[in-house]
Every structure is written in structure tokens, then in C-alpha cells.
Design a protein around this ligand. Structure first.
Ligand SMILES: CC/C=C\C/C=C\C/C=C\C/C=C\C/C=C\C/C=C/C=C/C(=O)SCCNC(=O)CCNC(=O)[C@H](O)C(C)(C)COP(=O)(O)OP(=O)(O)OC[C@H]1O[C@@H](n2cnc3c(N)ncnc32)[C@H](O)[C@@H]1OP(=O)(O)O
Ligand SMILES: NC(=O)C1=CN([C@@H]2O[C@H](COP(=O)(O)OP(=O)(O)OC[C@H]3O[C@@H](n4cnc5c(N)ncnc54)[C@H](OP(=O)(O)O)[C@@H]3O)[C@@H](O)[C@H]2O)C=CC1
Length: 300
């Protein structure tokens, strides 16, 4: 098969824009999430923004929530324009349970329901353990792990407990084999994978499914830029991934859509690995591939 054809098949329409897609071809029924409401943390940028867009293109209204309200307001306008659905931007810090409680009260007042929670908010940077301050490790744990628990608990208690629902956590395969410069994020995401399974068991009887998507390197995102994805070395390193490329945001949104929707109605406690096979190969240490030295004082 010609190389160009093979690559074209691997890459669904996507451009590494920080914006919404200019065109979209449906894989699932356009009505898959019709009239549902999704609450997406960190939905104003990157993977979260694309998840919001794809959900809205499938008939869903969304709430996008994070710390920067200006960014969210701008994103919400664009999302509504491309989808014709409603998007409510709300300011929250997932480390602050009070801010989540206020947001969920607002969602229930505005929409009268919430069907899907996507725990996408996270923080990460490359840093060797010796240079990582106690507060830096704590901060990443607080955003990624406590933030996921805080948001899940509030949504469960205020709505899912009595009405059922679907939780989708955005994890990462970066720590599956262990990696230098990533002890904070790898530990946080590993805890989240455990949390996914625990909550799936505990909340299943209430009709709540809890699943996770575990991405590898996803282009056109802050995470990709922060971890060196735009470097020349990364272009070479990406060839060590079995699918020989980075993933894209639309591909992650399709995984989240599958797990959020009735397409996966008998699936709970699952972690859907979407990393092109990256973690299966031995050469998957980002710092090693990018030639980043893990010196005692390095701060990247
Ligand atoms: C991408 C690689 C490409 C190619 C490689 C090719 C092949 C690889 C093959 C396989 C690999 C497979 C997979 C890996 C690939 C990709 C994995 C990507 C994972 C991405 C995960 C993400 O989470 S991405 C999300 C990115 N977005 C963000 O981080 C935005 C949000 N972030 C923030 O708000 C901040 O950065 C924050 C997390 C620090 C929180 O901010 P705030 O609450 O304001 O906290 P601060 O007060 O600023 O800081 C708190 C303490 O943290 C210290 N700190 C801050 N920044 C750094 C840093 N850069 N280094 C070290 N320490 C830092 C800060 O000093 C504070 O500590 P003190 O002790 O000083 O108080
Ligand atoms: N990009 C990649 O290659 C990979 C990404 N992932 C995961 O995908 C998800 C999205 O990452 P990506 O799109 O790259 O990065 P982004 O930086 O675009 O997304 C992170 C979002 O989290 C929000 N956020 C951060 N801290 C908080 C907080 N305390 N409270 C509320 N919201 C917060 C940010 O908004 P604001 O600043 O307004 O608060 C931002 O919108 C993350 O869970 C990440 O770990 C996993 C593997 C690979």
C-alpha cells in the first residue's frame, strides 16, 4: 500500500489547531448524546476542548470549567457556533470542593440534569525528582488526583447517585513503564487509574459507569508542548511508537465519546489505552528519547 494512503487512513481529519474543527465527518450517529448534558473539567483548551466540541456535535450541551474564565468564555462562543448547542463556561478550581459544589448547583439550575462527567483537568511539566519541590509534587497530585476525586464525589452526591451517569477520566500511559522526570504526573495518573476501578465497583449499583481514556503523546496540546513534542528529537522519537506518530485530539474525543455514551453500556472500570502502542515498546521514556539529562538541579 502506498505510504501516503496508509498515513491518510491512520489520520482522521484533524489539524493541530487550538481551535474548533472546520469540518467533521461522523463515525457515530449524530444523535448519540442527544439532549444530554456533559460537565468537562479543563474543557477550555486542548483535549478537553475537542471533547466538548465532539460531544456537542453529537447533540449534547456542555459545561466547560477551569480557572481561567476569559479563556472559557471565548471557547464557549466558538463551541456553540460550530455545533448549535449550548455551552456554559464556569470558573472552578478542582482543588477547591466549594467551587465544584457551586458549579454543580449552577449546572442543575441551568440544565436540570447532568449525564456525563469528564475529569480532564490536569497539570504537568518535566522535572527530575531531585529538583521537584515537595509543594510541586503535592500540587500535581492535588490537581490530577484529588481534583478528579473531588469532582466525581460532588457530581455523584448531587445527581448521579439518584439518576445514574457516566464518568470518563482522562489518564495517561506515560507512567505505565516508569519514566524519568515524570514521577509526579505518573504517580497521580496511576492513582487515578486505581480510582477509576474503585469507583466503578462502588457506584455501579447506582447506575454509574466509571471509565478512563489513557492517551500517549497527543499533538496540538499544552501537554505535548510542555513535554517537548515540538522538538526535532521528538519527531525521531515518535517513530519508536508502533503507529509511528503522535495521536490527535479528535481521536481522544472519540474514545471519550465511546466511554461516555450508550455505545459502551456494559463497560465500567475500563481503561481504554489510546497511545498508538507507545507504552508497549521499550523505547518510550520521553526524557531519554528527547535526550534530556536528569541532573539534580534541572528545571525544565
Ligand atoms: C510529548 C512527548 C513527545 C514526543 C515523545 C515521543 C515519543 C514518546 C513515546 C512514548 C511516550 C508516551 C507518552 C508520553 C507523552 C506525553 C505525555 C503527556 C502527558 C501530559 C500530561 C498533562 O497533564 S498535560 C497538562 C498540561 N497542562 C498544564 O499543565 C496546564 C496547567 N498547569 C499549571 O497550572 C501549572 O503548570 C501547575 C501544574 C504548576 C499548577 O499551577 P499553580 O497551581 O499556579 O502552581 P504554582 O504555584 O505555579 O507551582 C506549584 C509548585 O510547583 C512548582 N513548579 C511549577 N512549575 C514547575 C516546573 N516547570 N518545574 C518544576 N517545578 C515547578 C512551583 O515552583 C511550586 O513549587 P514551590 O516549591 O516553588 O512552591
Ligand atoms: N497532551 C498530551 O499529550 C497528553 C495529555 N494527557 C491528559 O489529557 C488531559 C488534557 O491535557 P492537555 O489538553 O494536553 O492540556 P491542557 O493544558 O490544554 O489542559 C489542561 C486543562 O486543565 C485545566 N486545569 C488545570 N488546573 C486546573 C485546576 N486546578 N482546576 C480546574 N482546571 C484546571 C486547564 O485550564 P485552566 O488553566 O483555565 O485552569 C486546562 O484547560 C490531561 O488530563 C492530561 O494529563 C494525557 C496524556 C498525554
Amino acid at each position: 500500500m502506498a505510504e501516503s494512503k496508509r498515513k491518510a487512513e491512520l489520520l482522521p481529519e484533524d489539524v493541530d489547531t487550538d481551535d474548533c474543527l472546520t469540518s467533521y465527518t461522523y463515525i457515530y450517529s449524530p444523535d448519540l448524546l442527544k439532549d444530554q448534558v456533559a460537565f468537562i473539567t479543563g474543557g477550555g483548551s486542548g483535549i478537553g476542548l475537542r471533547i466538548a466540541e465532539i460531544f456537542m456535535r453529537h447533540g449534547c450541551d456542555t459545561v466547560i470549567a477551569s480557572r481561567n474564565l476569559d479563556k472559557l468564555n471565548e471557547a464557549a462562543k466558538k463551541l456553540s457556533a460550530v455545533s448549535g448547542r449550548r455551552c456554559l463556561p464556569l470558573c472552578i478550581d478542582v482543588r477547591q470542593p466549594d467551587s465544584i459544589m457551586a458549579a454543580v448547583d449552577e449546572i442543575l439550575k441551568e440544565f436540570g440534569r447532568v449525564d456525563i462527567l469528564v475529569n480532564n483537568a490536569a497539570g504537568n511539566f518535566l522535572c527530575p525528582a531531585t529538583a521537584l519541590s515537595f509543594n510541586a509534587f503535592k500540587t500535581v497530585l492535588e490537581i490530577d488526583t484529588l481534583g478528579t476525586f473531588n469532582t466525581s464525589k460532588v457530581v455523584y452526591e448531587k445527581w448521579f447517585k439518584d439518576h445514574g451517569g457516566s464518568v470518563v477520566n482522562i489518564s495517561a500511559t506515560l507512567g505505565y513503564r516508569g519514566q524519568a522526570l515524570q514521577v509526579h504526573a505518573g504517580s497521580a495518573k496511576a492513582a487515578n487509574d486505581a480510582m477509576t476501578k474503585h469507583l466503578a465497583v462502588e457506584w455501579g449499583p447506582s447506575g454509574v459507569r466509571v471509565n478512563a481514556v489513557a492517551p500517549g503523546p497527543i499533538s496540538g496540546t499544552e501537554g505535548y508542548r510542555r513535554l517537548g513534542g515540538l522538538s526535532r528529537e521528538a519527531a525521531v522519537a515518535l517513530q519508536s511508537i508502533p503507529l509511528q506518530r503522535a495521536g490527535n485530539k479528535t481521536e481522544m474525543a472519540h474514545c471519550a465519546l465511546f466511554l461516555a455514551s450508550r455505545a459502551s453500556s456494559y463497560t465500567t472500570g475500563a481503561i481504554l489505552v489510546a497511545d498508538g502502542g507507545a507504552w508497549l515498546t521499550s523505547a518510550n521514556d520521553v526524557s531519554m528519547l528527547l535526550g534530556i539529562a536528569s541532573s539534580k538541579s534541572a528545571r525544565l
